[in-house]
Design a protein around this ligand. Structure first.
Ligand code: FMN
Length: 205
C-alpha cells in the first residue's frame, strides 16, 4: 500500500493533494442547491457535502467553503430564508458539474446549462426539473468551523418530492431506482447500486 504521513501530505503539490484529500473520505452525496435572490436572480451550484443531521426535526446540513469570495447560494438563502436541494441523476452530471463554474451574480446557471428551473409548493427557490429527489429547505443557522473557516449550514426540510418508483412502502428512498449519482472526489461521478438492506443490528446473544 502507498503510505502518506502528515509530513508527506503537507509537502504534496496542491493539485495532487486536493485530489487525494477530496477523494479519501469516500463516496459523497451529489446535490444541486437552488436559490433565488431578492432581485429575482436564480442560482444553482453543485455540492458534495450535504449530510443528514437528524430526522426529528428533519434537518440537513452542508459545508460551505470560506466566505472570502462571494458565495451566491449562501447569500441568497440568507436573504430569502429558503433553498432547494436536488439529487443529481445520471443524465444530468455534465450540466451539474458545470454549475460549479464561477459565474457573476446576475448570470444564472440555469441559463448556462440544460438544467431547468421548476417552481412548486410555494417555494421561492427553484427546484431542478426532473431531479429524482427535490427538497425544499428553510435556512436555519450556520456554524463556523474555525479550523478552516468553513461553515456548517443547517437547513430544515419543509417539502420533499420523491419519484414514486424510488419510494418504498416503509419510507425508504431507494436512490439507485432513480439513477442518483454519487461524487468520488471533486470531479468524479459514479452510479452506485444497492446491494442489501439489513434489519436493525442488535448485539449477538
Ligand atoms: C463536485 C463538486 C462539489 C462541490 N461541493 C461543494 C461544497 O460542498 N461546498 C462548497 O462550498 N462548494 C462546493 N463546490 C464548489 C461550488 O459548486 C462552487 O464554488 C460554486 O461556484 C458555488 O456557487 P455559488 O457561489 O453560486 O453558490 C463543489 C464543486 C464541485 C465540482
Amino acid at each position: 500500500m502507498q503510505h502518506f504521513s502528515k509530513e508527506n501530505i503537507d509537502a504534496l503539490a496542491r493539485r495532487y493533494k486536493n485530489n487525494l484529500i477530496n477523494s479519501i473520505s469516500g463516496y459523497k452525496s451529489a446535490n444541486l442547491i437552488g436559490t433565488k435572490n431578492k432581485a429575482g436572480n436564480t442560482n444553482l451550484a453543485v455540492f458534495n457535502s450535504v449530510v443528514h443531521l437528524g430526522s426529528n426535526p428533519a434537518l440537513l446540513g452542508f459545508i460551505l467553503r470560506p466566505t472570502t469570495v462571494p458565495r451566491h447560494s449562501y447569500q441568497n438563502m440568507k436573504e430569502t430564508g429558503v433553498f432547494t436541494i436536488n439529487h443529481i441523476s445520471k443524465d444530468q452530471i455534465e450540466d451539474a458539474h458545470h454549475s460549479s463554474a464561477k459565474y457573476a451574480e446576475d448570470i444564472s446557471e440555469f441559463d448556462q446549462t440544460n438544467l431547468e428551473a421548476e417552481y412548486k409548493a410555494n417555494c421561492l427557490a427553484p427546484f431542478v426539473k426532473g431531479a429524482p429527489v427535490q427538497i425544499a429547505c428553510r435556512y436555519v443557522n450556520d456554524y463556523l468551523i474555525k479550523e478552516n473557516d468553513t461553515l456548517l449550514v443547517v437547513g430544515a426540510i419543509e417539502h420533499l418530492f420523491v419519484q414514486e418508483e424510488m419510494l418504498l412502502e416503509d419510507g425508504y428512498v431507494q436512490l439507485d431506482k432513480g439513477e442518483v449519482v454519487t461524487v468520488n472526489g471533486i470531479d468524479g461521478y459514479a452510479l452506485p447500486q444497492l446491494l442489501a438492506r439489513f434489519p436493525y443490528a442488535r448485539p449477538k446473544e
